[in-house]
Design a protein around this ligand. Structure first.
Ligand SMILES: Cc1cc2nc3c(=O)[nH]c(=O)nc-3n(C[C@H](O)[C@H](O)[C@H](O)COP(=O)(O)O)c2cc1C
Length: 167
């Protein structure tokens, strides 16, 4: 069916999306040439049964073709890990990533939370591919969270009370 309205400009879309605050993750996986990671904030929880999460991978990313159909790990970053986020977004950096030795799927050392996933389904998402992952292992620690809004990194403190009442 033809569109009645002209599509929004990329700038207008970006202006709206930049007002939506997200956490920041690095999605890690075993590329053909070794462990690799990509900074992503398109991560979202989808289903509890089965346990599914979603990421959206840019088709133009170097990692796209390998990442969409192999096991991957979502590393949710803590407040002090902005240099890691910048590194895996392609910025030149003095930061060296530290990896967990012998993890079945490459994983960063000491993220705020991590979810190891098997690829479940992939869908056309325009200039991105939407990848659902089935969570096979996970873990978390205490600490403040790294955030992204207004095209800038920020932080949000961990609540003094836990989230036990929610779960
Ligand atoms: C805060 C932030 C969030 C990002 N989120 C995504 C995302 O959800 N999906 C994506 O494909 N790229 C995302 N990017 C861009 C990639 O991190 C960046 O293009 C990276 O260099 C791609 O690496 P590659 O080309 O080596 O695969 C994001 C970048 C930043 C700084």
């Amino acid at each position: 069916m033809p569109h009645a309205l002209a599509p929004p400009s990329p700038d207008a879309l970006r202006a709206c999306m930049s007002r939506f605050t997200t956490g920041v993750t690095v999605v890690t996986f075993a590329a053909d040439d070794g462990a690799r990671g990509v900074t992503m904030n398109s991560f979202t929880s989808v289903s509890a049964d089965p346990p599914l999460v979603l990421i959206s991978v840019a088709r133009r990313a170097r990692s796209h073709d390998q990442l969409i159909d192999r096991p991957f790990c979502i590393n949710v970053l803590g407040a002090e890990q902005e240099p890691i986020a910048r590194l895996f977004a392609g910025a030149r950096s003095l930061t060296e990533p530290r990896w967990v030795p012998d993890a079945p799927v490459p994983r960063l050392d000491n993220p705020l939370a991590w979810l190891e996933c098997q690829p479940w389904r992939a869908f056309d998402g325009g200039d991105h591919t939407l990848v659902l992952g089935r969570v096979t292992d996970l873990g978390h620690r205490d600490g403040d969270a790294l955030t992204y809004a207004w095209s800038r990194f920020g932080t949000v403190p961990q609540l003094a009370e836990g989230i036990e009442h929610l779960i």
